[in-house]
Design a protein around this ligand. Structure first.
Ligand code: SAH
Ligand code: SF4
Length: 346
């Protein structure tokens, strides 16, 4: 069993493995604490274990953690992480500081299988899922850097890096359980947002988890006719099925969903488009985040002009829609999802 990733074991499995080695249960508990709560990434760090035990563990187990990371800092303080994995593949993470919050944006897959036309990650093929330890480690890493650069820990986590979280369901859920567990990082569930391109069945499943994190839907167009043109996933998970899944989610969790809506110049930024969005908000209890597009090389869709954006948002607000504008951050370092990895591939 040499070379088994020790962090793939649940607490029960670890306890059983220790029993087999003739080690008492409390030792397994100590090691579990090192692995998650204390984020140790080598047996040397586990200073309350005897040297012979550390040697024994080293023979049996490995750590498949994150490897080296390239960090860039934007003029606005945003940090971008190019994170190498143990197999040489790369994902991205971002840390976005503002007056009140430090938000980490983490990846769930290497690449993405859904080729949304506007998204740089969509140009990369999906190579593999991240395991829950790799998702957890991104949070640990970004939290360390947040502390170093701003003096504050992370306050929020969003799954808005590379990949579609609901297509890596089990690992994403397990990472959230560990991040929020007192035996892990102990963060509040409400500080976590899972963003999905809209997998109806995955949303229904989330609703049944009895968890309390936030859900965001990357809507970007409020009619099937338009959404089909930019997001292939809409052809198999249309707005009707999403409305049904989101209402179920709301019923079960009591939480409003957030509609993410990137405004594209003369594609989805007219008053008529706003009216479609208003109609959709009448069917699903929701907040709206209007997102400024980070133009991507090779993509025809461009960021909307500011006067059209302002008219769009004013129209939403006049119709009692709770809409916020999210300005793009870290532009000078290509902090939008998929952009860095794309550059490095070229
Ligand atoms: N796959 C998931 C989560 C990752 S994408 C999803 O699609 O929701 C995270 C968010 O970034 C999505 O809302 C996506 O539409 C948006 N996005 C992708 N490329 C962007 C860009 N160039 N500028 C601004 N937002 C972008
Ligand atoms: Fe994948 Fe999300 Fe990008 Fe679409 S927007 S290609 S689902 S990462």
């Amino acid at each position: 069993m040499a070379n088994q990733d020790i962090r793939k074991l649940s607490k029960e499995e670890l306890t059983a493995a220790f029993a087999e080695m003739g080690e008492p249960k409390f030792r397994a508990a100590q090691v579990y604490e090192w692995l998650w709560q204390k984020s140790a990434r080598s047996f040397e760090e586990m200073t309350n274990l005897s040297k012979p035990l550390r040697e024994k563990l080293k023979e049996q187990f490995s750590f498949y953690g994150l490897s080296d990371t390239i960090i860039q800092q934007s003029k606005d303080g945003t940090l971008k992480f190019g994170i190498h994995l143990h197999d040489g593949r790369m994902v991205e993470g971002v840390m976005i500081p503002d007056d009140e919050r430090n938000t980490a944006c983490v990846s769930s897959q290497v690449g993405c299988s859904l080729s949304c036309t506007f998204c740089a990650t969509g140009f990369l093929k999906r190579e593999r899922n991240l395991d829950y330890g790799e998702i957890y480690d991104q949070v640990v890493l970004i939290n360390q850097k947040a502390l170093e650069t701003t003096g504050r820990p992370l306050s929020n986590i969003v799954s808005m890096g590379m990949g579609e979280p609901l297509l890596n369901y089990d690992n994403v859920m397990q990472s959230i359980r560990l991040i929020t567990s007192p035996q892990g990082l102990g963060m509040a569930q409400k500080r976590i947002t899972v963003s999905t391109s809209g997998i109806s069945r995955g949303i229904m499943r989330l609703a049944d988890e009895n968890m309390n994190f936030n859900l965001a839907l990357s809507l970007h167009a409020a009619t099937d006719e338009k959404r089909d043109q930019i997001m292939d996933i809409n052809k198999s998970n249309n707005l009707e099925s999403l409305v049904e899944a989101l209402n179920y989610f709301h019923e079960k969790t009591g939480s409003k969903v957030t509609f993410e809506y990137i405004l594209f110049d003369r594609f989805n930024d007219s008053i008529e488009d706003a009216n479609h969005l208003i109609a959709l908000c009448a069917r699903v209890p929701a907040f709206v985040n209007i997102i400024e597009y980070n133009n991507v090389e090779g993509v025809t869709l461009k960021k909307a002009k500011s006067d059209r954006r302002d008219a769009f948002v004013a129209h939403l607000r006049n119709n009692d829609i709770n809409a916020a504008i999210r300005r793009s951050r870290g532009k000078d370092i290509d902090a939008a999802c998929g952009q860095l990895a794309n550059k490095l591939e070229k």
